[in-house]
Design a protein around this ligand. Structure first.
Ligand code: AMP
Length: 309
C-alpha cells in the first residue's frame, strides 16, 4: 500500500497528463539487491505487473515493462557508474538502512542500487520520477550523475525531479518508520481481505487515553485517516482533543475505508489474472517499445564516451 500511494498513484496521475509520454517499469533487478527467493521471484514480477494494470496503468497510454527485459539498463548502469564515487554511495541513508536490515547481505548489487536507478531514469530522459520521499536522495544522485555526464561528454541529459503524491510517506502499522513490505507486521497488502485489514489496523499500538501531542501509532492512525477517510478527520480530531476518542472506533473507520479502497482494485486484479496470455503479450510489447528508446539513448551516450563502433 505504501508503494501504491507513494509511487503508483503518481504514475497514474502522470499518465493522465496528455503532454507526457510516460515509461514505467517493474524494478525486478532492484529486487535482487536484497535477499530474494528465485522460485517465487518470477511470480512476484508478474504480480507487480498485474497490480500496475489493476491500479489503472494502461499500456495504450504508458509504456509498461519489466526492467530485466530491457538489458540496456545494465549496460547504461555501468557507463554511469564512472560518473559517481564509492564515498557518495556509502553515505546514502537508504544504503545504511539496508546494511542495518541485512548485515550479512551487503552486496555490490545493493551498493550500486542508486546508479542502476539513475540508468532507469536517464535512459528515458525523464523529467519527473514518481517515487516516495525515501527515494529523494537517489533522485539527487541521478541529478548529479546527469550533470557530470553532461559536463564531461557534452550530453544534454535532463536533471530529474521527484513527482510527489499525497501519500509520499505512508507510515508503518508498527508505529515506527515507514510502511514496508519487508518489515514484519508493517504493511497492508493490496491483496489483503476485509478481515486481514481490520486485524492489521487493530494491531496498531495506541495509548489508552487520547488527547495531547500525537506520536507513534496514534499519529500514524491519523495519517491513515487523512489518506483514506479525509472527511472523518475533523470529527476524530475533535474527539481526540476532548479526550473522548474511542481508538477501536477510529480503527474500524480506517479499516473500512481501506477495504473500500482495495475492493475495486482486487476485483480488477481477479479479472485481469484470468488472461495470462494477454499479460505476457503486454509485458513483451512494453519491453519492445522501451528497448527502442533505450538503445537510442545508450548509443548517444556511448558515442559521446568514445566507445560506439
Ligand atoms: P520499495 O517498495 O521500498 O521497493 O519502494 C518502491 C516504491 O514505493 C518507491 O518509489 C518508494 O518510495 C515507494 N514506497 C515504498 N514504501 C513507501 C511508503 N511507506 N510510503 C510512500 N512511498 C513508499
Amino acid at each position: 500500500m505504501g508503494n501504491y500511494l507513494g509511487a503508483v498513484k503518481g504514475m497514474i496521475d502522470l499518465q493522465e497528463d496528455k503532454t507526457i509520454d510516460p515509461f514505467f517499469m517493474v524494478a525486478d533487478l532492484h529486487a535482487l539487491t536484497t535477499p530474494f527467493d528465485p522460485t517465487s521471484l518470477r511470480e512476484s514480477i508478474r504480480n507487480v505487473f498485474v497490480d500496475y494494470l489493476s491500479a489503472g496503468l494502461d499500456p495504450a497510454r504508458s509504456t509498461l515493462f519489466v526492467q530485466s527485459m530491457v538489458p540496456q539498463h545494465t549496460e547504461l548502469f555501468f557507463l554511469l557508474s564512472t560518473a559517481t564515487t564509492m564515498a557518495k554511495m556509502q553515505h546514502l541513508p537508504t544504503f545504511k538502512e539496508k546494511v542495518r536490515q541485512h548485515p550479512d547481505h551487503v552486496t555490490m548489487a545493493l551498493f550500486n542500487y542508486p546508479v542502476l536507478m539513475a540508468a532507469d531514469i536517464l535512459m528515458y530522459k525523464a523529467n519527473l520520477v514518481p517515487v516516495g520521499i525515501d527515494q529523494e536522495p537517489h533522485i539527487e544522485v541521478s541529478r548529479e550523475i546527469a550533470r557530470k555526464m553532461n559536463q564531461d561528454y557534452g550530453l544534454d541529459l535532463p536533471e530529474p525531479q521527484r513527482f510527489a503524491t499525497q501519500g509520499e510517506y505512508v507510515p508503518s502499522l508498527t508505529g515506527e518508520g515507514k510502511m514496508s513490505k519487508s518489515v514484519e507486521g508493517s504493511a497492508i497488502f493490496l491483496t489483503d481481505n476485509v478481515e486481514t485489514v481490520l486485524k492489521k489496523v487493530r494491531s496498531v499500538p495506541t495509548a489508552t487515553i487520547s488527547g495531547g501531542e500525537k506520536s507513534g501509532g496514534v499519529a500514524n492512525l491519523f495519517v491513515f485517516l487523512e489518506l483514506f477517510a479525509p472527511s472523518e478527520v475533523a470529527r476524530f480530531e475533535k474527539e481526540y482533543q476532548a479526550e473522548t476518542l474511542q481508538f477501536s472506533e477510529l480503527k474500524e473507520c480506517i479499516a473500512d475505508a481501506i477495504s473500500a479502497f482495495l475492493k475495486p482494485h482486487q476485483e480488477r486484479r481477479a479479472e485481469l489474472s484470468k488472461d495470462q496470455a494477454l499479460i505476457d503479450a503486454q509485458m513483451k510489447e512494453g519491453a519492445e517499445k522501451a528497448r527502442v528508446v533505450a538503445q537510442d539513448t545508450l548509443n548517444e551516450i556511448k558515442q559521446a564516451m568514445g566507445i560506439l563502433f
